[in-house]
Write a new protein. Structure first.
Ligand SMILES: C[S@@+](CC[C@H](N)C(=O)[O-])C[C@H]1O[C@@H](n2cnc3c(N)ncnc32)[C@H](O)[C@@H]1O
Length: 220
């Protein structure tokens, strides 16, 4: 499999250095994610914060896209959604996720084009994974395309990551700066009405979120 184009990628982030989206480990992500990791990547308090954001913002009965998904989606267990589509890197992780009704393995750094029609989803989420995206604007524009206008897009993250796989700009920033970076990704992709959430316990993993609403589609 070929590597993504050398940075700067075709549609990259204006104002950031050309190497902002490089990783310490330049090997294809498929090699890193070949082994399933059936673990939680954040502690129970941070997971509870994610669940509470999802409970508040994801309408029951909606069709959800869980991007960069694994064996857990952190959706409130007592709420039934119409469907939950998971896109991730490891087939065993996705197979073990009981919330998913559709599963697809796709490397978004190799191919940021999502395999769905316009307006297919009512909500989208990326949980503790946005730091691995090397082509965030392309991916976020694709999310805007597959979401119905005014649908909610929630990006949650903590201060944990696989450092060799996080992009350089993520490693250079922290906390609220990550919120600003993700908000900038969303703005560049057309998301509107951006809001943020912060959960910072004295002991335990912090959890930040950036939330946006999908834009209306421009006429063809
Ligand atoms: C830290 S785990 C988080 C998984 C899950 N969202 C959660 O909340 O536990 C990072 C996930 O990002 C996904 N991921 C990493 N690089 C990716 C890529 N290039 N394309 C698509 N997904 C990717 C992997 O499948 C992995 O499961």
């Amino acid at each position: 499999m070929s590597q993504p184009a050398e940075p700067p990628y075709p549609e990259q982030f204006p104002g950031l250095p050309a190497n902002a989206f490089t990783k310490f480990d330049p090997a294809p992500d498929a090699e890193f994610y070949i082994q399933p990791r059936l673990v939680n990547h954040i502690d129970d308090g941070a997971i509870a914060a994610v669940i509470s954001i999802y409970r508040e913002l994801l309408p029951p009965d909606c069709e959800i896209l869980d991007l960069m998904s694994s064996w857990v989606s952190h959706l409130p267990p007592d709420i039934t959604y119409r469907g939950v589509t998971g896109l991730g890197m490891n087939v065993e992780e996705l197979a073990a996720n009981p919330r998913l009704t559709r599963r697809i393995v796709q490397d978004l750094n190799q191919n940021p084009v999502l395999p769905w029609e316009n307006d297919e989803f009512d909500a989208a989420a990326i949980c503790v994974s946005v730091q691995y995206l090397q082509r965030p604007i392309e991916v976020f524009k694709e999310i805007a395309r597959v979401l119905r206008p005014d649908s909610t897009f929630i990006v949650c993250f903590s201060n944990r990551c696989f450092p060799t796989k996080a992009v350089a700009i993520w490693r250079a920033l922290q906390g609220h700066q990550h919120q600003q970076l993700v908000a900038a990704y969303m703005q560049s992709a057309g998301f509107q009405n951006l809001t943020t959430r912060s959960f910072a316990p004295e002991n335990g993993d912090p959890l930040w979120a950036v939330i946006g609403l999908a834009p209306a589609k421009s006429p063809a």
